[in-house]
Structure formats: structure tokens, C-alpha cells
Write a protein that binds this ligand. Structure first.
Ligand SMILES: C[S@@+](CC[C@H](N)C(=O)[O-])C[C@H]1O[C@@H](n2cnc3c(N)ncnc32)[C@H](O)[C@@H]1O
Length: 214
């Protein structure tokens, strides 16, 4: 947490001063539904955009400096998203139920030991039928410049499935403040299926499933 709080005293490489284009594409395509929770919201650009599009929005981040900036940016906006300093690992049902949970750049910063806690927190925050979108760096991104962990499709499926059903995992590009960063990532869309938790290998495929979840 200390790293993040310090980096927010300046402008972090990911804080591009506007929503990530892939988040805009999701919203414009109608994929983002209803009440939205943004986990690791940073200074709030994605959520300010989604609130302006009419979503009821809550953002959490464990870095107080990020949340302070988000609250400053949100001042006077109508409707105003709510921002809280809170760990994403134990949000669960504490903030109510959400139709959409968004993670734009948090998951790829987590240690292995935190992944199961995070997956449970996401699942508990989602309404049955709700969607979870995670945008993370992929193994296609060159390693030389350091940065967060690179994540594979298998890791995404292993962390969030089978309790969450993978509707699609497709390549995207992150925008950053550094043109040298290629920004190869994944956009994964998971659904909390209505009804009982599916057992391994028994996950039904919801109708209309597009994309490539292999
Ligand atoms: C790469 S930044 C992305 C910020 C923002 N989503 C964006 O797109 O600009 C990752 C964010 O996740 C936050 N974060 C990392 N681990 C977290 C945790 N366990 N709980 C809450 N926030 C966390 C960091 O403080 C940071 O703001």
C-alpha cells in the first residue's frame, strides 16, 4: 500500500487523466449494467465517466492519497460517485450488491496468496447475474520495463472460476503515460450465475455468450 500511496503524490504511469478506452468501449457497448463497484479505483477517472453515464457508482482503493484525489475531482459532479478508502480483499457484501464490478489494473498487482480472498470478495459483491470485468497486463507484455505481474488466461480462470463463469477473455491494450509501454493486456468478463454455484466442469454456458473464453 505504501508504494501506491507514495506514487499518487505524483502522477502514476497508469493515471492517464481520462477513462481507459476499453472501459469506454464496454460502456458504449452496453456491457456495463446498473450499480457499479470499481475495485482499486485510483483517482477515479473510470468511475467519474461511468457516473456521468448514469450509473450509481462506488469506488474503493486502499491508497488514501488516491481516494483524496478522486473525491476532489468528484466535487460538484452530479451524480457524484462515492469513494472510500478500503481494501478490495474484503469488500464482500459490505457496500451492498452490485450489477457490475470493475477491476482496471488491480488484479495484476496482487500476490498469489491474496487471489483467493480477492475472488471471494468480488463474488460476494456481485448480484446473481452480475458481471465482473478485469483488465490486467498479459504475458504478451515485454518484461524488461518491470511494472506489475503479467497474467495468463489460465490464471484468470483458476482464480475466479468456476464460481464465476468466464464469458470472454480477450486481448486489449492499456493506455499509459509512457508511449514505450506496449500495454498488452486481457479483458476478462465473468458472470456470477444465478442460482447454485456450479461444480467444476458443470458450468452452463449462458445464451448469447460471445468472445473467446478458452
Ligand atoms: C494500476 S492502479 C489502477 C488505478 C485505476 N483503476 C486506474 O485505472 O487508473 C491499481 C490500483 O489498485 C489499488 N490497489 C491495489 N491493491 C489493492 C487492494 N488490495 N485494495 C484496494 N486497492 C488496491 C492501488 O492503490 C491502485 O490505485
Amino acid at each position: 500500500m505504501q508504494y501506491f500511496d507514495e506514487v499518487y503524490r505524483g502522477t502514476p504511469p497508469w493515471d492517464i487523466g481520462r477513462p481507459q478506452p476499453e472501459v469506454v468501449r464496454l460502456e458504449e457497448s452496453g456491457a456495463i449494467l446498473g450499480r457499479v463497484l470499481d475495485l482499486g479505483c485510483g483517482t477515479g477517472e473510470n468511475l467519474l465517466y461511468l457516473a456521468a453515464r448514469g450509473h450509481d457508482c462506488v469506488g474503493v482503493d486502499f491508497a488514501p492519497a488516491a481516494v483524496r484525489r478522486a473525491i476532489e475531482k468528484a466535487a460538484g459532479r452530479v451524480p457524484m460517485p462515492r469513494f472510500e478508502v478500503r481494501s478490495a480483499l474484503d469488500v464482500g457484501a459490505a457496500l451492498g450488491a452490485f450489477d457490475t464490478v470493475l477491476d482496471c489494473g488491480l488484479f495484476h498487482t496482487l500476490h498469489d496468496r491474496h487471489r483467493p480472498l480477492y475472488a471471494r470478495s468480488v463474488r460476494e459483491a456481485l448480484r446473481p447475474g452480475g458481471r465482473f470485468f478485469v483488465l490486467c497486463f498479459s504475458e504478451r507484455e515485454p518484461a524488461e520495463w518491470g511494472g506489475p505481474r503479467r497474467v495468463t488466461r489460465d490464471e484468470l480462470r483458476a482464480t475466479f472460476g468456476p464460481e464465476l463463469h468466464a464469458r470472454q477473455i480477450r486481448p486489449i491494450r492499456f493506455e499509459t503515460n509512457f508511449p514505450d509501454i506496449e500495454g498488452h493486456g486481457w479483458l476478462a468478463e465473468f458472470e456470477r450465475l444465478p442460482g447454485e454455484r456450479p461444480g467444476p466442469g458443470a458450468a452452463p454456458t449462458p445464451p448469447g455468450t460471445g468472445g473467446d473464453a478458452r
